[in-house]
Design a protein around this ligand. Structure first.
Ligand code: BT5
Length: 324
């Protein structure tokens, strides 16, 4: 099955370009040689270049830059997050698929990832540009032991996790702009969309939609985004391994979700504040039916942004957009 296929791929990697015997693998996995041959053909379909040496076996020539299950699992160190991966070359939105899977009972940490989204979405049905092979477009189904009141803070948990992952993989430090943007040099590198399936007093699942611009060049963004968006490649001057960044993001996401479940929001709040560009600045917050201006003084245990208005009153912003 698919585990034999990913094991085959792993062997090809480990062999470092040397041939691996199809017969030996067939014996070891308890499958036919034809089955091995079929997996090789499937891998070729997925963009791997695989060579054959008569009587010696298969060898790996090159790997596609793909965020498929096998590539992510090479780097995965988690217990639950990313242990089930649903991979799509192209889809409407990983978020839609994740909602369906969650409804059908998908387990905690199930990941939906796509090379391309045709109708990627942001908050309030805004479009999210998701160019093929250039970014990380994924949704993580989580089933944390939290109350519905604790759910919105998962956006901040995810923001901290992604910031740590970007730092570990690229050395770049992003800044978190409340509530759901990560910026590098003032431009948006990541957006997070947190959605909930819940009863009034019970969370069924929290679906974390994560979009990270990784390998776009500036011309690969649509015109309306060139002044507000950036990618890791633009900031770093070189391409970044997307599969590795996904695995690292899942590592921190799992770690910080557990931290939040076990110790509440305080440790996350500290991390969040250390990466935030929002606290201490004068901002304008636009909500559904009003706009307020004031000094951002902190976030609460509920993940709410606290503003000190000019008349001295403290105002809590639950959701909305902010400008400096
Ligand atoms: C967000 O919304 O930032 C949440 C984005 C979540 C995307 C992920 S990808 C995987 C999963 N599947 C989905 O369909 N969605 C999630 P918001 O704060 O509303 O920001 C949206 C705004 O960001 C748009 O109105 C544009 O101005 C801008 N934008 C769109 N695409 C962008 C991109 N690739 N990079 C930077 N900014 C972008």
């Amino acid at each position: 099955t698919s585990t034999a296929k990913s094991e085959l791929l792993k062997r090809l990697f480990d062999a470092d370009g040397e041939p691996v015997s199809g017969q030996n693998l067939a014996d070891e996995f308890g499958v036919s040689r034809t089955a091995i041959w079929k997996y090789v053909k499937e891998l070729e379909q997925e963009g791997y270049e695989i060579g054959t040496v008569r009587k010696k076996g298969y060898y790996l020539i090159s790997t596609p830059d793909r965020v498929n299950e096998a590539n992510i699992k090479k780097y995965l160190t988690t217990e639950a997050f990313g242990r089930t991966i649903r991979y799509f070359e192209s889809c409407d939105s990983t978020q839609f698929i994740a909602h369906e899977l969650a409804q059908e009972g998908a387990q905690d940490g199930t990941v939906v990832v796509a090379e391309e989204q045709l109708t990627g979405k942001g908050r309030m049905a805004r479009p999210w540009d998701s160019k093929a092979y250039k970014g990380i477009w994924m949704s993580v189904i989580t089933r944390p032991h939290l109350t519905p009141q604790q759910a919105p803070q998962m956006t901040l948990v995810a923001a901290v996790a992604i910031t740590r992952a970007i730092e570990e993989v690229t050395g770049l430090t992003a800044q978190i702009k409340w509530p759901n943007d990560l910026l590098i040099n003032q431009k948006k590198i990541t957006g997070i969309l947190t959605e909930l399936q819940a009863d009034p007093d019970l969370i069924k699942s929290i679906i974390l939609g994560i979009g990270i611009n990784v390998n776009q060049s500036i011309e690969e963004f649509p015109d309306e985004l060139t002044s507000i968006a950036t990618s890791l490649k633009i900031e770093l001057g070189q391409s970044v391994n997307r599969a590795k960044l996904i695995a690292t993001t899942l590592k921190y996401l799992e770690e910080y979700t557990k931290l939040y479940e076990a110790h509440g929001f305080s440790p996350i709040k500290l991390l969040w504040e250390s990466y935030s560009n929002t606290i201490g600045r004068r901002i304008r917050a636009t909500m559904v039916n009003q706009t307020v201006e004031g000094l951002a003084i902190g976030i609460t245990e509920e993940g709410m942004l606290e503003l000190k208005l000019d008349d001295g009153t403290i105002y809590g912003v639950y959701s909305g957009d902010i400008e400096f």
